[in-house]
Write a protein of this length. Sequence first.
Length: 459
Amino acid sequence: MIQASNPQPRGTRRTSQPPRERFEGTLPKLHSHAAGIDIGASEHWVCIDPQLDPKPIRRFGAFTEDLDQLVAWLLERKITTVAMEATGIYWRSLYLKLSEAGIEALLVDPRQTRNPRGRKTDMQDCQWIWQLHAHGLLSGGFVPPEQMHGLRQIMRLRCKRVKEIGVTLVEMQRALSAMNLKLQHVVSDVGGKTGLAIVDAILAGTRDPLVLARERDYRCRASETTIAKAMTGTWREECLFELAQARKDYLHFQESIADCDKELAQRLETLVPKPTCEVALTAKRGTTRSEFAFNAAELATQMTGVDLTAIDGIGPSTMMQFLTEIGFDIKAWITNDRFCSWLGLCPNPKKSGGKTLGSMPTTANRAAQILRNAAMGLDGKKGPLAEFFAKIKRRRGRAVAITATAHRLARIIYAMLKNRSAFDRTKIVPVLTEQKKQRIIDRMLKRAASLGVPLVKAA
């Protein structure tokens, strides 16, 4: 009987080959003093080269004291570069600790570090990350400068408060509708001057519809008679309580937005250098709830040297949200194509054997969503970008038009920031060549012939 050279005990499971053995003798090691970290909420697993330490894999906690011990151990082993997964927000504290210690920290997309074989554990994950990073197979993601972290976090908080204000307005409308008060049907915005004045009068104890109608602002299109009819309903205590709570939340979020604006203005003023040239700003009307309490367009223009609000669909709020996500410097992306690819606005086809089998999903990106929201605002408007949106919408649908227009906005913004050039609307106007003109005429003649209507060229 022939026996196997390496018999295994009965009942045991054959494990996959370790990552170290798979790489042995196949790829050159580019980073000899590298480390791989598997990030977790309560613990971090770290792996370094076994030649640097007899115990190359260690587990550290997530407390600040544990992070200090982790960094000290890496410095003792002369680690110069570290790769870690971008897991939630748990990587931020360790990333800052490593940066302060002078260790290069590489933030990697989890899709690059996915272990293709073997049983998945935290210990094996950190080994796999170290192997990939040591052989130069990982590329780091974009991390804004340290000074932009605070701006981005405060701006995200402000955007969240703006959305929550919209929720409180819906709660007000629901409470009014439950009492058959049709204020939202005669006033365009319950959060406007007329709407809030009537709500405050109701909460103050006023029940007479004629008295409530006198709170109407002179700019309101609805007359006092119409408002009085809308304010005739059934007064219920539970609905009045719900209305009072929604109004209180509205005031709270307004104060929070004002505090965020104050903090943003202070931080931006410390970053804004002395203006070297004056840029004429484009006057745009901002919305009531998202408008800044300071001149955001002027501060951002002094930082970037260009006025992004001159672009169709880009206002001061959109500009500040986008710049706090990518930073005021575009040097992190070498080309326009890489910038759009990072945003996830480029097609990502899945090809095999020279054939396109579909499209791969793109990474969710906050900056790309901001541009998509700006593109949606161009629907039904005038201008070359709005015409481009309408053309793609007729051919491919609204969803494709939003992404295509956001892609064009991204390319325009990149060119302006890199070249420090002003927005020129004439450069994006499609040129009507003789060939295009002839195609349009042929298409019109063919369409008219199918309808039985003869067309005659004018003299």
